[in-house]
Design a protein around this ligand. Structure first.
Ligand SMILES: NC(=O)c1ccc[n+]([C@@H]2O[C@H](COP(=O)([O-])OP(=O)(O)OC[C@H]3O[C@@H](n4cnc5c(N)ncnc54)[C@H](O)[C@@H]3O)[C@@H](O)[C@H]2O)c1
Length: 252
């Protein structure tokens, strides 16, 4: 308890599974949390489930620069300068052969994961306290290629390049920048991907993934949140520019 006492923590995708569970853990650890997500109703549902006083919600689209500045400004207005910036919002895209891959889906997936993280770093750094932490949720998908998953896998790879550059620029302020790489998580986001994939491969994709994961199962959202806490807190004080895999060995 108390790993993030009075730390100001911004979490994008905060109404979703990993974001909301991370908010729960950060609040338990004494953090002041700003949840960012697309829809006000989803944010209110998440806030209700968290039931915390030290919580502010901002509806914003992370792929838009002006929305990013607004959610960051609201965070600073509510709690002061930011200590932990968790760029975690994501969308899955579709699975399709390259020649048929829809351009609008590619653009939208890239906009959320890559532009979203870029805007967060660009506008977030000037609003952060020295000694803070930026965490970008990438994926096990950053370490492999799978046919058909063109937008998501490309975007998840690109986040590492962004992270490495920002880690170097931010180091003189002792701000650490890392990517977090979950494997398949037992939640609705992954279930949606597995439903689409199951239709394409003609078998239960949840089981298929479990066979690909040496530890033999999906992660819980709490396991991902605990890794985010490690990167957010001083427990990882000498870790920057790293790619933390929380994937049960799937990328080995
Ligand atoms: N679920 C998994 O198995 C898994 C595995 C590896 C990586 N990830 C990554 O983890 C992150 C969180 O995913 P999750 O599993 O919690 O899924 P989720 O769908 O529960 O949460 C994602 C959240 O991001 C929000 N979002 C999407 N586009 C947005 C935008 N433009 N602006 C603001 N918010 C937006 C959604 O509304 C949603 O609440 C994503 O980046 C995802 O790619 C998930």
């Amino acid at each position: 308890m108390g790993e993030l006492r009075d730390k100001v923590c911004v979490i994008t995708g905060g109404a979703g599974s990993i974001g909301c569970e991370t908010a729960r853990l950060f609040l338990e650890e004494g953090g002041r949390v700003v949840l960012v997500d697309l829809r006000e109703a989803d944010l209110q549902r998440a806030a209700h489930s968290l039931g915390a006083a030290d919580l502010v919600c901002v509806a914003a689209d992370v792929s838009r620069a002006e929305d990013t500045q607004r959610y960051l400004d609201q965070a600073v207005a509510a709690f002061g300068k930011i200590d932990v910036l968790f760029s975690n919002a994501g969308n899955a895209g579709v699975i399709a052969p390259i020649a048929e891959y829809p351009d609008d889906v590619f653009d939208s997936v890239y906009a959320v994961h890559v532009k979203g993280a870029y805007h967060a770093c660009k506008h977030g750094l000037p609003r952060m306290n020295d000694g803070g932490s930026i965490i970008i949720t990438s994926s096990v998908a950053a370490f492999r290629g799978d046919e058909g998953v063109y937008a998501y896998i490309t975007a998840k790879h690109a986040q590492i390049g962004l992270m490495r550059c920002v880690a170097k620029e931010a180091a003189h302020r002792r701000i650490r920048v890392n990517t977090l790489h979950p494997g398949p998580v037992d939640n609705a986001f992954q279930a949606g991907i597995e439903n689409s994939l199951g239709t394409i491969v003609g078998r239960d994709a949840t089981q298929l993934f479990n066979e690909l994961i040496p530890l033999g199962r999906h992660a819980t959202p709490r396991e991902i949140a605990r890794s985010a806490l490690y990167l957010a807190s001083s427990q990882s004080s000498f870790t920057t520019g790293s790619t933390l895999r929380v994937d049960g060995g799937m990328s080995v």
